[in-house]
Design a protein around this ligand. Sequence first.
Ligand SMILES: Cc1cc2nc3c(=O)[nH]c(=O)nc-3n(C[C@H](O)[C@H](O)[C@H](O)COP(=O)(O)OP(=O)(O)OC[C@H]3O[C@@H](n4cnc5c(N)ncnc54)[C@H](O)[C@@H]3O)c2cc1C
Length: 542
Amino acid sequence: MTTHEVFNQVPPLVDHDTADDAALLDGLAREGAGWATGEVRELGRLAGSEPAIEHGRLANEHPPVLRTHDRYGHRIDEVEFHPSWHDLMRTAVAHGLHAAPWADDRVGAHVARAAKFYTWRPDAGHGCPISMTYAAVPALRHAPDLAARYEPLLTATAYDFGLRTPLTKRGLLAGMSMTEKQGGSDVRANTTAARPQPDGSYRLTGHKWFTSAPMCDVFLTLAQAPGGLTCFLLPRVLPDGSRNPMRLMRLKDKLGNRSNASSEVEYDDAVAWRIGDEGRGVRTIIDMVNLTRLDCVIGAAAGMRQGVITAAHHAAHRRAFGRYLVDQPLMRNVLADLAVESEAATVLMMRLAGATDRSARGDATETAFKRIALAVGKYWVCKRWPGHAAEALECLGGNGYVEESGMPRLFRESPLNSIWEGSGNVAALDVLRALAGQPEVMAAFQAEVELAAGADRRLDAAVREVLAALNDPADLEMRARRVVEQLALVLQGALLVRHGHPAVADVFCASRLAGDHGHAYGTLPPGVDFAAIITRATPKLT
Ligand SMILES: Cc1cc2nc3c(=O)[nH]c(=O)nc-3n(C[C@H](O)[C@H](O)[C@H](O)COP(=O)(O)OP(=O)(O)OC[C@H]3O[C@@H](n4cnc5c(N)ncnc54)[C@H](O)[C@@H]3O)c2cc1C
């Protein structure tokens, strides 16, 4: 029996192009990867298709399962994934979202990869091993002999799942194991011991409290060698085909990121090969961490973009009090504010991707700029995501609080990027460290911001203010978050003034730099060109 007619419910958001994003595509061309536009658009259409969205849902709803033993009691230490996880991984690897740019000489290869990583977000969880594989390569190059053997397989575009001798596989994935029970930020507290062997290898005994994606083929791990904390390459399967004794003890029961397995592991005399000198473990693995930090920024920017699109789609189809939500002035204020935050994140992440690309090609100024801008971006963009996700969720009303909308998954994911790869305080303190004793780093940052000098008086004033704050050494560590926030805002403001939509740049300067804004989203001042901002963000949806 029909009890009622269903109406005023929003149609599903499927078959759209997640790369239909002016800030992304402008950035792609500006940062030297216009040649990749077709590939990014193709991936965007795939990401917005119903099958990809469904794979994301299934991978999240069927989390990985740890199998420590086989039916006869032998230890196997394997993790089973839903087929949809493998489908997402296969697509990501085939499109070169992992280490492929390291084998691609084209200018802008890292920018193209960043745009694709941003575009391909049916579920964030599988981004973790993809990101770690991308990031592992520069650290691995500290051991040229290992890099010569493993890099071609890490950059190969074949997803070859399963524990087998790495060098016999068609493609490899890499993970990272630093965090121990007694300390994650302070890795110098690591107790895992590495004993040198006559053949040049080491035997590792100890544990790691977090090791995500434990079905990766190789891991970059830290352990205490006789000469101090050292970086190692540790394979899951040894060259003779036997399992390296890296035991998976448990999988974490996490707030979000549920499709990705994050494990606790123990090394029981596990074989590993040294990367870099003994005692230089942090200096070596930081080359990996810096790139996973870039991916934290990309992931947070992508999450904000997803929030904007979903919220705008809902508002364009849902009516209340006789009008579509998108036509209600206060909802327009919320949507525009979310869109401004999202564009500010995207323009910064594309600039960081450009700096990464040019730094990889030996540009010293861009290396100096990246040193500070990456830490600034990691702190700020990741910090902004949870509030943004909550507000985007609320645009859907009660439907946003229900799992089927996808918004709870986005919301649960949102705090993570600020935690891993250097939690908020650690990222903020890293900015101060970057500035200490490296004048070229601040010079590169200032030069970047000065490119926008004179374009907006609010930006000019904010730049003067942050320079004064930095020049005052009193309590700088205690003030680190505030100063880094100011640095992030002037950098985003400078990029938007130069490259963003004029309406977005204007309202960013008014609200974020001149303080004409409340403490919640949707508090932009009167006189804002809401129509231009919303249409720029979501031309097809609204
Ligand atoms: C889902 C997930 C997956 C992960 N996967 C991996 C992985 O694959 N490999 C891996 O190695 N690790 C992984 N981690 C661990 C992660 O990198 C650490 O949790 C993170 O670095 C923080 O370390 P910690 O948990 O030991 O916290 P702590 O280091 O104890 O920090 C706790 C708090 O203190 C703050 N803090 C630290 N030092 C200072 C200071 N000097 N001044 C002020 N505040 C400070 C931090 O910002 C943080 O807020 C994962 C974590 C999560 C949640």
